[in-house]
Design a protein around this ligand. Structure first.
Ligand SMILES: [Zn+2]
Length: 215
């Protein structure tokens, strides 16, 4: 059974890595990300330096380095039929929330879930290649290494008739339902108007926080 031996071999290597041990001990989707391993923080700094992100950008925006999710499970496919993934507790909560919304006659749809740091970096590189400034690019995409999407806990949502990642989502029946019931499933709006990060209002972006579900 080579596959079992291979799996055992991989597990043995993972178990010896301090970063992996720290990751395994971290609860998923905490309200605040725990301090990240120095090597990961250095990698994030190096990538952002390469993109031309000012060294003080994260501190200025009150952003903390985020862990990158490893174990992902599927959630309902996005509006284009593409696969969307989140970490298991967030996925379970999302599915329960979608079902509850449906019972209330509200159709929630996913736009985007987990995005790796590499993917996020690629999004920004493409914008820079087209001549966009890094400042403008970062007003559209979160700075790599600090995105909540990298944790597998955040999801962008929409509803039929509303374009993806569009401010008009805030006027929808689906958004009103989320404002009323999202917290019951542990989902919270990350970037309300006037948020501490200085980000634009993102009514579509919701993050699952473990053990935060209200009755
Ligand atoms: Zn988002």
């Amino acid at each position: 059974m080579p596959s079992i031996r291979t799996a055992g071999f991989v597990l043995a290597i993972v178990a010896t890595s301090p970063a992996a041990r720290a990751r395994a001990a971290e609860p998923l989707c905490p309200a605040t990300p725990p301090p990240q391993p120095a090597a990961w923080v250095a990698h994030i700094a190096q990538v952002n330096h390469g993109l031309g992100v000012p060294a003080d950008y994260a501190a200025k925006h009150n952003l903390l380095p985020q862990p990158e999710a490893r174990d992902l499970v599927p959630v309902p496919r996005d509006v284009y039929g593409r696969k969307v993934e989140m970490v298991a507790p967030a996925a379970d909560a999302l599915k329960a929330m979608f079902a509850a919304a449906a019972r209330d006659g509200v159709k929630l749809e996913t736009v985007s879930g987990f995005r790796s740091m590499d993917y996020q970096t690629g999004l920004i590189r493409r914008k820079l290649k087209k001549g966009m400034t890094i400042g403008k690019a970062l007003s559209i995409n979160a700075v790599p290494g600090y995105s909540e999407h990298q944790t597998g806990c955040a999801v962008d949502l929409t509803t039929p008739g509303v374009p993806a990642a569009d401010g008009s989502f805030s006027q929808s029946k689906a958004f009103a339902w989320l404002q009323k019931h999202g917290a019951e499933y542990g989902f919270h709006l990350s970037f309300p108007p006037g948020n501490q990060y200085g980000y634009e209002y993102e009514p579509w972006h919701w993050r699952y926080i473990a053990d935060s579900a209200t009755d």
